[in-house]
Design a protein around this ligand. Sequence first.
Ligand code: GH3
Ligand code: MG
Ligand code: MG
Length: 503
Amino acid sequence: MSAVCWQCNEDDTMQSNLTNERWAFVSSEPAGRREIRFALAAAILSILVFAAIAPFARTPMPQHPVFIPIYVTALVVSDLITAALLFGQFTVLRSSPVLVLAAGYLFTACITLAYSLVFPGMFSATGLLGSGPQSSSVMYMIWHAGFPLVVMLYTKCRPPVPVLQVTRLSSRRSPYGAIACVAAAVLAVTWAATLLATAGAASLPEFLRGHQTTPLGYSVLWGIWLLALSALVVLFRRKPHGVLDVWLMVVMTVWLCDIALGALLNTGRYDLGWYAGRIYGVLAASALLVVLLMEDIRHFARLMQMSVDLRLANQSLAEVSRIDALTQVANRRHFDEYLSEQLAVAQRHRRPLSLVLCDIDHFKAFNDRYGHEAGDTRLKGVASVLAACCQRPSDLAARYGGEEFAIILPDTDTTGAAHIAEAMRKAVAGFEGYADEGTVRPRSTISCGVASWQPTMTAKSLIVEADLALYQAKGLGRNRVVPLPAASLDEPGWVQPRSSYAS
Ligand code: GH3
Ligand code: MG
Ligand code: MG
């Protein structure tokens, strides 16, 4: 509830970050405009329907004893589900108001069940459990006074604790002991009420004569109605309102209509007011249940969205962690992982695998001449050319470090890899796309060492072999490809080494 906000010491930013986690339950959620509007509309609608029916409350209606079992079943099922949901929320929130309310709904479920047992004509002509003619009336009174009392107790309990806080508390003590105690207390109260309404009914004053309520019965019922009204007022005055408060106010409004139509404005059983009052009773019982279920669906949807967002964030994080920030090709970590993966595949299927190590020639001189920013732009350009030369989806171009790149070529033997390396060398040497560098600068060349995996080799020895080949390419004059073991190239593209950056 909004009351939770009073307890928050965090600054606004932190609070908004935690908002979704805190308001994970309707019982700990502050009422927004949407809830207030809906609740107000529901309350106004109930009052309007009440006003329309009230003048005809005494109209006699056909007696349908089957109405009672239907009414009782609907009430008991809906109250029990509401109680179960609230108990469930209590196990997480450990909020005493939620526990009290859950107990209230369990009480209404139990007492409704007991009411059905003593109602004449339901299980026997006079009712079970040795009930007398006014037993069901007494049960109705206890039932309709009990719930407003529970609601008042609910308002007196401290506001619910934020979810994060209670989650930490939850590890300390099991909530099931409290639930068991409360459930036992509810059963005891119901048992005592039933005893009073049956065995003790004879010693009670006369509330019902035949099917007619006596003046004393009306006084008690008016008292109960005023009690329900007080519960509504207390709820209203307990600000700021949480979602649960707002919907409990609707429940109490419907409760007032229920008592007024079904017990005060009517004359007795089976008139219009009596039927309408019972229907209001079912509405009052199911109002909170509907809200809890709707909120559950809303929270579930929010949870689904969060899990999708989280998965996407994880995906992009995984991608970012595998990409070199400057050149946007795979980084060294991804290179290492991919090489060992592909070596395992090559080993298992006895397939060839080659590695090309490329190094930009005289790059230090380029940097010295044009500056590091220009060097970075050049690195990006070379990386994009190398990546574009990787034809198969399984080929991977990575930045090995500094101005060195490594290309993993699965399913490629030395000759094939040497051809690809040669194509790369040519593409870099002939690349015209350094336009974004702003000024025209000499093209770069690369030297490439090619090595192919042999069954005795590890990832490390393959890299060492490719490095050796690269070293030879540098030694032979740069801007060339050297494969190890030697492979014949149809079109060897060696050119004489020349540093075009030297000033
Ligand atoms: P060689 O032909 O023998 O490879 O000569 P080289 O100058 O390219 O090699 P050397 O190892 O002497 O220098 C590598 C240079 O690459 C040094 C450094 O200035 C440059 N370099 C490495 N990483 C980066 C980078 O991220 N950005 C820039 N701008 N330059 C880099
Ligand atoms: Mg180098
Ligand atoms: Mg270099």
